[in-house]
Write a protein that binds this ligand. Structure first.
Ligand code: GLU
Length: 520
């Protein structure tokens, strides 16, 4: 009886540890993760540090940490272990050396002793002639179709001259493949350079190491940015030289600025860590990058997905070819959707350290234990979650929940204060002093019953009360806000405020427009 074994899907994210994680890198990692998980396969992180000059200390761990913060946890990596390690290319040099020797023995690779100066001269000459710069094959041996005698090569090797090893690209062939995103693609081998495989420092190039590792790590699907599409002919030739089956590939669309130029690489604009620092949450960022080039299908209006939903709905067939525009407003919109839905405990966890830092900077007249408690923070969050762009703004934007106002918004005072405002406020303060029920409902009833007989609308007091207790002329429902502040705070602030804020022209000799009079 014959059985067909279905190959286990294995994908990899292969960052170079040169600094921060770019949002494009996060998208690549995410799509690899989603595809692997959807197929019940493995997702691997491999560190590609063959360019030792660009390597940044600690960047490898940071990349993994950033990924994990968004929920993308690898099955295998240098931190998670696995049966296909080492997962860092600089620890695999013996492996690359062995395979390089194999290609030299098979006459599919050759030593090249051309100096940097020679290469540059050659490049300039070809450019002048209107040709695409390529290695001129000076060191291609006679027995491989070149003109360099074996003896010359041997001599150089014996003398210990520095060299690189280049692949011998076959002449006049077409290299064709089917990309899962781009469809059929074809390259002419005449356009392919004799790529360096091993550099003079004994390290492999990206192309060589990545092909060997993808094979040895049994990667079935290579999902990466479109900028790597042009490397495909070199990679496919290497698979051919070794007699290995190449993995399937999916090249993801470029990320574009809204003006359709290529997305900047400047850190601060595109580093995932910087988005965290600005206050965007991992969920919103993950959701945002998922939509950069993928959608669920025609007619689907859905935009909010968590990682679990994405694993269920993602498919490579729905990844588009057209460049994906990076629209930061969309990220802001998503962030707001998440803040609306996020459990209180999660928001409390984020804002408590922000509050602690603020309290350290300036003392408060409020009861510190109370305002740091879950109960108080929970109430503040419920009032503010619809009004903030970032979670931390629950503290930094609505500081009045934690600190007494130190000034009053001038424009708001000008607009809301009348000659009789302070007198009526004082009366209302007495009324508040006499009540112990500071629930929003009771405060509302109290205020309405109080202003009615005076021939005033509730707004006559609502605005001044808001300004004196919060310092600003806008915010959540006044009654609910006062309920959260509590009686003690409300009375303290009102008594102090009514002393400080005057109606326009009520100060001696002042007949001008409204202003704040501070009498400390
Ligand atoms: N190390 C390459 C990079 O930095 C990986 C390219 C690939 O996925 O093959 O993007």
């Amino acid at each position: 009886m014959q059985t067909t074994q279905v190959q286990r899907v294995r994908t990899r994210f292969a960052p170079s540890p040169t600094g921060y994680l770019h949002v494009g890198g996060l998208r690549t990692a995410l799509y690899n993760y989603l595809f692997a998980k959807k197929m019940n396969g493995d997702f691997i992180v491999r560190i590609e540090d063959t360019d030792q000059a660009r390597k940044v200390e600690g960047a490898d761990k940071n990349l993994l940490k950033t990924l994990e913060t968004t929920g993308i946890v690898p099955d295998e990596s240098f931190l998670h272990g696995g049966n296909f390690g080492p997962y860092v290319q600089s620890e695999r040099l013996d492996i690359y050396r062995k395979y390089c020797q194999q290609l030299l023995d098979q006459q599919q690779a050759y030593y090249c002793f051309s100096t940097a100066g020679e290469l540059e001269e050659n490049r300039k000459l070809q450019m002048k002639q209107g040709l695409q710069p390529k290695y001129n094959r000076k060191w291609l041996p006679e027995n491989m179709g070149g003109s360099m005698p074996e003896s010359e090569i041997k001599k150089k090797l014996d003398e210990g001259d520095p060299y690189v090893v280049r692949m011998r690209v076959p002449d006049y062939i077409s290299i064709m493949f089917d990309d899962l995103v781009r469809g059929p693609v074809e390259f002419d081998s005449a356009t392919v350079d004799d790529q360096v495989l091993m550099k003079s420092d004994g390290f492999p190039t990206y192309h060589f190491a990545s092909v060997i590792d993808d094979h040895l790590m049994e990667i079935t699907h290579v999902i990466r940015g479109e900028e790597w599409l042009s490397s495909m002919p070199k990679h496919l030739l290497l698979y051919e030289f070794f007699g290995w089956e190449p993995p399937k590939t999916a090249h993801l669309p470029l990320l574009l600025n809204p003006d359709r130029s290529k997305l900047s690489k400047r850190q601060g604009d595109v580093a995932v860590e910087d988005f965290f620092r600005k206050g965007y949450s991992p969920e919103a960022i993950l959701n945002f990058v998922a939509l950069l080039g993928w959608n669920e299908g025609e007619g689907s209006e859905r935009e909010v997905y968590d990682l679990k939903d994405l694993v269920k709905t993602f498919s490579l067939e729905r990844v588009g070819k057209a460049g994906a525009v990076f629209n930061i407003d969309k990220l802001g919109w998503l962030e707001k959707q998440y803040i609306k839905e996020r459990p209180l405990e999660a928001i409390i966890e984020t804002i408590r350290p922000v509050l602690e830092a603020e309290l350290e900077k300036s003392p408060t007249e409020m009861d510190v234990d109370r305002i740091q408690g879950d109960d108080y923070l929970g109430k503040v969050i419920e009032l503010m979650r619809e009004r903030v762009d970032f979670e931390h703004e629950v503290v930094t934007f609505s500081t009045y929940f934690f600190f007494d106002p130190v000034e009053y918004e001038e424009k708001a005072v000008a607009k809301r204060w009348k000659e009789d405002t302070n007198g009526i406020l004082l009366e209302f303060i007495h009324l508040l002093e006499a009540t112990d029920d500071f629930s929003a409902e009771n405060l509302e009833a109290l205020l309405k019953d109080f202003v009615g007989p005076k021939g005033k609308k509730p707004a006559f007091l609502i605005h001044p009360l808001r300004i004196l207790t919060s310092g600003v002329g806008f915010g959540p429902s006044l009654y609910h806000m006062l309920e959260v502040f509590g009686k003690e705070t409300v009375l303290r602030r009102l008594k102090k405020g009514v002393e400080k804020v005057q109606a326009p022209g009520s100060d001696q000799g002042d007949t001008g427009s409204a202003r704040i009079v501070i009498r400390d």
